[in-house]
Design a protein around this ligand. Sequence first.
Ligand SMILES: O=c1ccn([C@@H]2O[C@H](COP(=O)(O)O)[C@@H](O)[C@H]2O)c(=O)[nH]1
Length: 233
Amino acid sequence: MSTDSPLIIALDYPSLDAALCMADQLDPARCRVKVGKELFTRSGPDVLEALHGRGFEVFLDLKFHDIPNTVAGAVQAAAEQGTWMVNVHAGGGRRMMEAARERLDRHGLSTHLIAVTVLTSMEAADLAEVGVAASPAEQVERLAMLARDSGMDGVVCSARESARLRTLCGDDFLKVTPGIRPSFAAVGDQRRIMAPSDALAAGSTHLVVGRPVTQAEDPMAALSAIEAELAGE
Ligand SMILES: O=c1ccn([C@@H]2O[C@H](COP(=O)(O)O)[C@@H](O)[C@H]2O)c(=O)[nH]1
């Protein structure tokens, strides 16, 4: 089932059972779901089958980063399992991203292919430690332009960069933004955060929300509060 909702709920759980327990409370008409490294490493492709069987569109967030041939194969494998969206690290460079793009196109796979720019958990000091002198905003801009020129459908960035990327890359270029923090949620390890309604207004096309929903005392109440905020209620 396809949905108009910009919300993607991150199913960051240590077991298939726990993830499906949350998925069974969610409605594929109200959100998409994201499978990340922890859950996929525990459960493998079974989780994709289970979520697809429940009608969800799935973002497989494995952030591939390797030599071009390896990433192209991994992206193809993810797409052939029916995923709605897959991602690579833009830091893998143009040839890596182009190889992934070419592989999907050659096999007629329409899965959205996006690239991670700068993790939302990183701030300027973290970038400096890994040898990047640019600010997060500058580095995101650089990598987003490279991603666009390499055939990506969009990027993962923080909502703080969405407005600038909308100007540079247009509305159709996907801006998938984790680090979403409603006023009631803890910031945790995230650094470049934004509230849901501000993120949407800034031009984010999709909002990734994990712990503010999944770790809430009442996850469905938390989701409803976010939806109400997005609807301007
Ligand atoms: O830059 C990035 C890229 C991916 N993520 C992922 O999004 C969710 C966010 O979860 P929260 O609990 O809402 O913080 C998580 O699965 C990350 O792996 C990201 O946060 N930042």
